[in-house]
Design a protein around this ligand. Structure first.
Ligand SMILES: Nc1ncnc2c1ncn2[C@@H]1O[C@H](COP(=O)(O)OP(=O)(O)OP(=O)(O)O)[C@@H](O)[C@H]1O
Length: 250
């Protein structure tokens, strides 16, 4: 496998307490990879290193073989909270990242508009975030992330705050849209089913300090629909991951 993203031997401590320990993982071009791990294990810290918000104590990150320290800004990051600005209209929230990067508002709108239909936001451009449902807010946050045209998408628990049914709908939607756009994605989730449904591969992190304890190839045919849950291979992988997580927490 040629790696789009390579993380090698990452270590990071806070006040002498190790949070990441010799952490290594890979994501290939167009691959959807998830990270599962106990709460407080160091998943968000890993993303902070990738976005450049934190420096690792040691180790390296490469995108297309180039060190991140030499070519920053390769990741588009969607945080756990949608961070939509309540006073800006939906369209102005969607263009915000592009405008901050220096693009004119008009040009930014031209870039965002073709995506509105796919993201289920057509007709809501002039609404304010408070008028959107939870699922729509998350799709808006995701649209704002993907439109930045970065090489790797980092999604930190994007559906964590949604009710179970909306969450399932969002997973089905993301699977369809991913099939069309072939993004390279690294997703943090606590939801084992979500990880199996969406991913090509799933990494399991240990409790803090985070290190990789298992990497599972999902291998179920794509595009996946609700029928995937009934596939015995789905249940087997889900059980295997759950068992590893529970063993690790003992
Ligand atoms: N800036 C910081 N200073 C000190 N400790 C920190 C800092 N950031 C994170 N930590 C600690 O590092 C550990 C890992 O945190 P992190 O947020 O990466 O975990 P996580 O796996 O993303 O958790 P969750 O699943 O609950 O979101 C935690 O124990 C946290 O308290």
């Amino acid at each position: 496998m040629t790696s789009k993203l390579e993380i090698r031997g990452l270590n990071r401590s806070f006040d002498g307490v190790p949070v990441l320990k010799d952490l290594s993982l890979d994501v290939a071009e167009g691959e959807f990879v998830s990270i599962l791990g106990p709460s407080g294990s160091g998943k968000s810290t890993t993303f902070s290193v990738l976005t450049g918000a934190l420096s690792p104590t040691s180790g390296e990150v490469r995108v297309d073989g180039r060190l991140l320290s030499e070519s920053p800004g390769r990741f588009a990051f969607m945080p756990q909270k949608d961070a939509l600005l309540p006073w800006r209209k939906v369209i102005d929230n969607l263009t915000l990242g592009l405008e901050v990067a220096g693009m004119r508002r008009k040009e930014a709108r031209r870039k965002v508009e073709p995506l509105l239909e796919t993201f289920g936001l057509a007709g809501y451009e002039h609404s304010h975030p408070a008028q959107l449902s939870g699922g729509m807010r998350q799709r808006a946050a995701l649209l704002r992330t993907v439109v930045q045209d970065r090489e790797v998408l980092l999604l930190d628990e994007p559906f964590g705050a949604l009710d179970a049914l909306t969450r399932a709908r969002m997973q089905q939607w993301l699977e369809r849209v991913r099939e069309e756009y072939r993004w390279t994605v690294l997703l943090i989730t606590h939801d084992v089913r979500e990880a199996v449904f969406l991913s090509d591969r799933v990494y399991v992190f240990s409790p803090r300090p985070a290190t990789v304890v298992e990497c599972v190839e999902v291998g179920l045919p794509r595009p996946r629909t609700v029928d995937a849950y009934a596939d015995p291979a789905f249940t087997r992988i889900e059980n295997e991951l759950l068992r590893t997580l529970l063993e690790e927490e003992k």
